[in-house]
Design a protein around this ligand. Structure first.
Ligand SMILES: [Zn+2]
Length: 557
C-alpha cells in the first residue's frame, strides 16, 4: 500500500496503538467534535457513488454508513472546480461567493492577460494566468481574494481564535476556496511537491514529504491489481489518432512522473500531506475545534483523461476507498473526536466515444466552429464594425461571453443581438441567457432538482464578473472538439450529470440514515456549523442546516 507507507513515514502511524474506546464517545456524543474533516472528491458524481457504492469496504464504506444524502446538488450551472469548492464551506451559491467559473474575462484588468483565474490575485503587476487553449500556465499568484464570503473555518476563528483552519488539496483553487483567506496552514500540489501561499514557508515536515514524493513520482510503477468487479470495465475505447482509453491500470515507466497526477497515487500523496499536517499541528487535539479541508483531485484527472466508465475510474474508486480508510484509521488511532463530511465540487460525463457504444448514440463532441473568434469575425463582417478588438471574449466555447468595451452603445446592442442569434441557431446550443435578465431575478429557493436552466445559471451569476450573456450547450455535448491535447471527457454544464453529487456525514457513534430527497452543497456549512456551535445568520446563507440525528434529537438545535 503506497499510501500506508507515506503515513507510516510522516504521521508516525507505526507508533499508534489500538483504536478508540467506543464507550468514551457515547458520553461525548453531545459535545462539539474537536475536528471537522471536510473532504471534496473532485468530479465524484452521484452517479459514480451509486455505481460503486456496493463495492466499498474502506473509508467510503464508513461514510456510506453515516448520514447519506445520495442526491446532493451543486445547484448552479457553472459546474467547474472553483465554483463547486466555493459552495461547500461557505453555505452560499457560487454567484454570491463571487466564483462564477474557474476562469473569467475581466476587460478592465490592468494587465495584458484579460483571462482571470478564480484563485489568483491578478492585481499584482507582472502576472498572467496564461493561455488556456495552449495549455500553458502563466506566473499567477495564488490567492483567495476573489472569494467574497467567509468560509466555515474563517467564521470559527472569529469566535474562537485558537481554532485552526487548515486546507490541503491537489489543486490550489480547491484548497483556497475551502480554506478562504484566513488560514493557519494551506498546501496544494504543483509540479513536484506541495507548496503554499507566497510569503509563507512550507513546513519542515511537508518539505520532507516533498522529497519522498519526488522519488516516488520518478520511480516505475507496476499496474494496479484489477479488482474482480472492474473486469467488465476493462475494454479499449478508441477516441481518435490511434489513441484509446479504457484498459489502463496506471503502470508507468521510470521517469514517468507526469502520469503521477493522473493516478490514484495523487490522492495518496494529498492524504499523506493532510495526515502530516494533522500530525505536526496536533489538529483536533487541543481545547478548540479545528477545521481540516481536503481536496482530493485524482478522480477529476482520471475522469478527464480516461472518462468515467472505464477500468481507470473503477480502479480509482477502489483505491480512493482504501486510502480514505487508512486516513480515518490515523484519526481513530489518535482518539480524535471528529466529524467527517465528504462531497464533490461537481459531477462529470463519460467520453462520447464510449457513451455511443453504450446505448447513447447521440453523445457527441462540440463542433470546433463554435468559438468566439470565428463568431466575432462573422459579426464584424455582417455589421461592418471596424475595431482593433475582438467583438466577443470568452474563456471557453460555452458559458460566459463578454462584449468588447471598444464598441459604441449602438454597436454593443447590435453585436449582442447578432451573437445571440448565431449561438441560438447552432444545433448543439440549448439556449443563451442574457445577463441583463439574470440581474433582475432573485436566486431560486424551490426544490433544486426542479430548477429551470435559467435558475441554475442565476445561481452562478455575479453582476460584476459574469458575461454579458451565457451560452448553454445541449445535454450530452462534450465541449472538447477533439482529444489531441489529452483530455477526453469533462463537466461544466447545468445538466444533472454535472450537478448531482453525494453528500455524506459520519461521526463515531452516530446512527446512520439515508435521505434520498435532494439537498444542496450549500447546506453543508450550516450543518457542520451547528455541530461546532457556530450559528450563522440565515441572511448570510443560501443553505439550511441538515439534521444529522436520525431519531428524535436534532443536530441543528
Ligand atoms: Zn475537472
Amino acid at each position: 500500500m503506497r499510501f500506508i507507507k507515506f503515513v507510516t513515514a510522516f504521521a508516525g502511524l507505526s507508533a499508534f496503538c489500538g483504536t478508540a474506546n467506543a464507550e468514551d464517545h457515547e458520553n461525548k456524543s453531545k459535545a462539539k467534535p474537536k475536528l471537522v474533516v471536510a473532504i471534496s472528491v473532485d468530479q465524484l458524481s452521484a452517479d459514480l457513488f451509486s455505481e460503486y457504492r456496493s463495492t466499498f469496504n474502506g473509508g467510503l464504506k464508513r461514510l456510506a454508513d453515516g448520514a447519506v444524502f445520495p442526491s446532493g446538488y451543486q445547484s448552479h450551472a457553472a459546474t467547474e472546480t472553483c465554483p463547486g469548492h466555493a459552495t461547500i464551506m461557505t453555505g452560499v451559491h457560487a454567484g454570491r461567493a463571487g466564483i462564477i467559473a474557474n476562469n473569467w474575462i475581466d476587460l478592465d484588468v490592468e494587465r495584458d492577460d484579460k483571462t482571470v483565474y478564480c484563485a489568483e490575485d491578478e492585481r499584482i503587476a507582472g502576472t498572467s494566468f496564461g493561455d488556456i487553449t495552449a495549455a500553458t500556465q502563466g506566473d499567477y499568484v495564488p490567492s483567495a481574494w476573489h472569494l467574497l464570503v467567509p468560509t466555515l473555518g474563517e467564521r470559527l476563528k472569529k469566535i474562537s481564535p485558537e481554532s485552526r483552519n487548515v486546507a490541503v488539496a491537489g489543486k490550489d483553487r480547491a484548497a483556497l476556496m475551502m480554506g478562504g483567506k484566513d488560514v493557519d496552514e494551506i498546501y496544494w500540489f504543483k509540479g513536484k511537491g506541495f507548496e503554499t501561499l507566497a510569503g509563507r514557508k512550507v513546513s519542515e515536515k511537508i518539505t520532507a514529504l516533498n522529497t519522498e514524493l519526488a522519488v516516488k513520482m520518478d520511480a516505475a510503477r507496476a499496474p494496479s491489481k484489477i479488482p474482480a468487479h472492474c473486469e467488465a470495465r476493462n475494454m479499449k475505447i478508441p477516441h481518435g489518432d490511434g489513441k484509446s482509453v479504457g484498459d489502463y491500470a496506471f503502470q508507468r515507466p521510470q521517469g514517468g512522473g507526469r502520469a503521477f497526477r493522473l493516478s490514484p497515487d495523487y490522492d495518496g500523496a494529498i492524504l499523506a500531506a493532510a495526515a502530516t499536517t494533522l500530525e505536526y499541528m496536533r489538529l483536533g487535539q487541543g481545547a478548540h475545534t479545528d477545521i481540516l479541508s481536503i481536496g482530493l483531485s485524482a478522480t477529476d484527472y482520471v475522469g478527464h483523461t480516461f472518462g468515467t466508465e472505464g477500468l481507470e475510474m473503477c480502479i480509482q474508486m477502489a483505491e480512493l476507498d482504501q486510502q480514505l480508510g487508512t486516513f480515518f484509521e490515523v484519526l481513530d488511532s489518535k482518539d480524535i473526536d471528529y466529524v467527517a463530511m465528504l462531497t464533490a465540487d461537481h459531477g462529470g460525463l463519460d467520453l462520447p466515444e464510449r457513451a455511443r457504444l453504450q446505448a447513447m448514440p447521440d453523445a457527441q463532441r462540440l463542433d470546433a466552429s463554435l468559438n468566439v473568434k470565428a463568431i466575432s469575425a462573422k459579426i464584424a463582417g455582417d455589421l461592418n464594425i471596424q475595431t482593433d478588438d475582438q467583438i466577443l471574449h470568452a474563456d471557453s466555447p460555452f458559458g460566459d461571453v463578454y462584449l468588447s468595451k471598444k464598441l459604441s452603445a449602438d454597436q454593443r446592442l447590435a453585436a449582442k443581438d447578432a451573437a445571440i442569434k448565431i449561438y441560438n441557431n447552432h444545433p448543439q446550443v440549448y439556449g443563451v441567457v442574457d445577463g441583463e435578465a439574470l440581474k433582475k431575478f432573485p436566486v431560486a429557493t424551490g426544490p433544486v432538482d426542479e430548477w429551470t436552466v435559467f435558475e441554475r445559471v442565476r445561481a452562478s451569476y455575479h453582476p460584476d464578473r459574469s458575461g454579458d450573456f451565457i451560452v448553454i450547450l445541449k445535454k450530452g455535448v462534450t465541449p472538447i472538439p477533439n482529444t489531441a491535447r489529452g483530455y477526453v471527457a469533462t463537466h461544466g454544464s447545468p445538466w444533472d450529470y454535472d450537478r448531482r453529487v453525494p453528500i455524506l456525514f459520519w461521526q463515531k457513534g452516530m446512527k446512520g440514515f439515508e435521505q434520498p430527497l435532494p439537498v444542496k452543497t450549500v447546506d453543508i456549512a450550516p450543518t457542520l456549523g451547528a455541530l461546532v456551535g457556530l450559528d450563522i445568520p440565515a441572511s448570510e446563507l443560501d443553505g439550511r442546516c441538515l439534521d444529522l440525528d436520525g431519531g428524535a434529537g436534532n443536530s441543528c438545535d
